[in-house]
Design a protein around this ligand. Structure first.
Ligand code: LAG
Ligand code: CA
Length: 472
C-alpha cells in the first residue's frame, strides 16, 4: 500500500453488522481478543436518516445526514469512544465503514430530522454544513456503468453525490475521518469507493492523521465492485491507496464451498484472482451479497457456512474478513430491534446482543480460535496433504499449520503427512485456547511428520504452532 495508508494489521477482520457499540465492546474483551481477531468492521457511525415508514431498514446507515457520532441506532458518541478503548485494550482495532461518496436520497424520508436531530433535505445538510454547491452537476442516476464520468459523478441509487473534487468537501470528509482517528479508530472501509475518483480519495486520505495508539496511518480498504470500464473504476485502480475488497473471492470461492467443491478452492485461490494477495480483503459474504445472493450465507448454508469461513481463514489469499449477521425475512429488514425508544429515535437494537437469541447468528463464535491460525501461519505457503474426492481436503501452511476440511455429512478420519514439528496441538477450529495452553476442544499429536485427525461432518480441524497443548 502507498504511504497514505498502512498495511493490514495482524489478524483477520470480523464484520459485526449492525451491532451496538456496547455489545461490540463486550465482544472484543470476551471473544474477539482471546480468539485472535485483529479488527472489527463496525456499521457506519455517523448520523443517518430515520425511516420509520419503512420500519427502520438496515440501510438507513448508508444515508448520512451529518458527521455527528451521537445517537445513531447503535449508541452514543461516548459509547462509541468507550468501545474503541475497550477493544484496543483487548488488542482489537476498530475499522469504520466510512461513507464519503454521498449523503441522502429521496426515498420515504426525503427530509426531516436525522437520528441525532439534524434537519436535512437532499442536497442540503446545514449541520455539516453542505449546501447545493457541494454536490456534482449530474443529478440523475448512473446509467452507463462502464463510463467513469457517470460512475463517479452521477448518483448511486439516487443518493446526493458529493463533489469530492472540492476543497470544502475534502476538508470536511477528512475532518470526519480525523475525528474518528482521534478517538482511536485504526482503519476504514471506504464505502462505494468505485464512485469516488481515486485522485479525490488520495487528496482526502493525505489529510488523515496518524492513529496515536497504533503509531501509523490508518489501514484503509476500498469497496470496489468488479465491472466493466477502464481500470480507474475497477479494483486495480485503487490499490495504490490501500487494499481493495475482492468480490470475486465471494462469488467464486463462496459458490465452490456451497457446492462442496473444496479441492477446486485451492485452484481458485492459487491464481487468477483480481489483485495481489497482499492487497485483497476477502470474504464469503457481506451484508450486500447476503441479500443479492442469499444462497451464500449462514441463513441458507448453516454449518457449511461456518466451514466456508474457517477455510477462508486458513487459505493463503488476501486478508480474511468474517461475516457476523442476523436472520432476515426481507432484504430491508433491520437488526433485531425493540422498536423506537427514548434517546434512540432510530429504532433501538436489542442490547446487549444475545448470540443465538432474537435472530443474531454470531457466525464468528462458531469459528472458535480459528483466527489465531491465520496470524500464526502468516504468508507460509500452502502444501496440499490429503484429498478425498472434491469434498475433503487437508493442507499444511509451511511448517506452522495444518488444517483439514470436510464438506460431507459424515466424519472424515485421515492420516496425513505434515511438516508441523512433533508435539501436541490444540484443535483451534473446534475450541478456544485457554490460558496456559489448555485446549477448549481436543488436542492432536504430530509425530514423525504424520498426523491422525477426525474431521466432523461439515467441519474442520486446524492445528498450528501458536497453539501447542501444554496445559493438559
Ligand atoms: C455500499 N457499498 O459500496 C453499501 O455496501 C451498500 O449497502 C449501500 O446501499 C451502498 N453502497 C450505498 O452506500 C445500501 C442499500 C441500498 C440503499 C442504500 C442507501 O443496499 O438499497 O438504497 O444503502 O440507503 C435505498 C433504497 C433505494 C433508494 C436509496 C435512496 O433501496 O431504492 O434510491 O435508498 O433513497
Ligand atoms: Ca461520486
Amino acid at each position: 500500500a502507498a504511504s497514505t495508508t498502512a498495511d493490514a494489521g495482524d489478524g483477520p477482520i470480523v464484520h459485526l453488522f449492525q451491532w451496538r457499540w456496547e455489545s461490540v465492546a463486550q465482544e472484543c474483551a470476551e471473544t474477539l481478543g482471546p480468539n485472535g481477531y485483529g479488527a472489527v468492521q463496525v456499521s457506519p457511525p455517523q448520523e443517518h436518516v430515520v425511516l420509520e415508514g419503512e420500519d427502520y431498514p438496515w440501510w438507513q446507515d448508508y444515508q448520512p445526514v451529518s458527521y455527528s457520532l451521537d445517537n445513531t441506532r447503535r449508541g452514543t458518541r461516548d459509547e462509541f469512544a468507550s468501545m474503541v478503548r475497550s477493544c484496543r485494550d483487548a488488542g482489537v482495532k476498530i475499522y469504520v465503514d466510512a461513507i464519503v461518496n454521498h449523503m441522502t436520497g429521496t426515498g420515504s424520508a426525503g427530509s426531516g430530522p436525522g437520528s441525532d436531530g439534524s434537519t436535512y433535505q437532499k442536497y442540503s445538510y446545514p449541520h455539516v454544513p453542505y449546501g447545493d454547491g457541494d454536490f456534482g452537476d449530474c443529478r440523475s442516476d448512473i446509467a452507463n456503468w462502464s463510463d467513469p464520468e457517470e460512475v463517479q459523478n452521477c448518483e448511486l441509487v439516487s443518493l446526493s453525490d458529493l463533489d469530492t473534487g472540492s476543497e470544502h468537501v475534502r476538508d470536511t470528509v477528512a475532518g470526519y475521518l480525523n475525528d474518528l482517528v482521534d478517538l482511536g479508530v485504526a482503519g476504514f472501509r471506504i464505502d462505494a469507493a468505485k464512485h469516488v475518483p481515486a485522485g479525490d480519495l488520495e487528496a482526502i486520505l493525505s489529510r488523515v492523521d496518524e492513529v496515536p495508539e497504533f503509531g501509523g496511518r490508518p489501514y484503509v480498504f476500498h469497496e470496489v465492485l468488479e465491472g466493466g470500464g477502464p481500470e480507474s473504476i475497477r479494483p486495480p485502480g485503487y490499490t495504490h491507496l490501500g487494499d481493495v475488497t475482492d468480490m470475486g473471492y465471494h462469488s467464486r470461492v463462496g459458490a465452490q464451498i456451497r457446492d462442496g467443491q473444496l479441492a477446486g478452492v485451492l485452484d481458485t485461490v492459487g491464481g487468477g484472482m483480481a489483485v495481489d494477495s497482499d492487497q485483497a480483503v476477502v470474504f464469503i459474504d457481506n451484508h450486500d451479497t447476503q441479500r443479492s445472493d442469499s444462497s451464500i450465507s449462514h441463513q441458507r448454508m448453516g454449518e457449511r457456512h461456518t466451514l466456508a469461513q474457517a477455510l477462508t481463514l486458513a487459505q493463503p489469499y488476501g486478508t480474511p474478513k468474517v461475516m457476523s449477521s442476523y436472520r432476515f425475512d426481507s432484504d430491508a429488514q433491520g437488526p433485531p430491534s425493540t422498536g423506537a425508544e427514548d434517546g434512540n429515535p432510530a429504532g433501538a437494537i436489542t442490547a446487549p446482543t444475545e448470540c443465538g437469541a432474537d435472530g443474531w447468528y454470531c457466525e464468528h463464535r462458531g469459528l472458535n480460535a480459528m483466527p489465531t491460525f491465520t496470524t500464526a501461519v502468516g504468508d507460509a505457503p500452502l502444501t496440499e496433504r490429503a484429498e478425498d474426492g472434491q469434498e475433503r481436503i487437508a493442507f499444511d501452511r509451511g511448517e506452522r499449520g495444518f488444517a483439514a476440511f470436510n464438506a460431507t455429512g459424515s466424519e472424515w478420519t485421515l492420516s496425513a503427512p505434515t511438516a508441523l514439528p512433533d508435539g501436541s496441538y490444540c484443535d483451534v477450529a473446534n475450541g478456544t485456547v485457554g490460558a496456559e495452553g489448555a485446549c477448549g476442544s481436543g488436542a492432536y499429536e504430530v509425530s514423525g511428520g504424520e498426523v491422525h485427525v477426525t474431521v466432523p461432518a461439515d467441519g474442520a480441524v486446524a492445528l498450528h504452532t501458536g497453539a501447542l497443548c501444554t496445559g493438559g
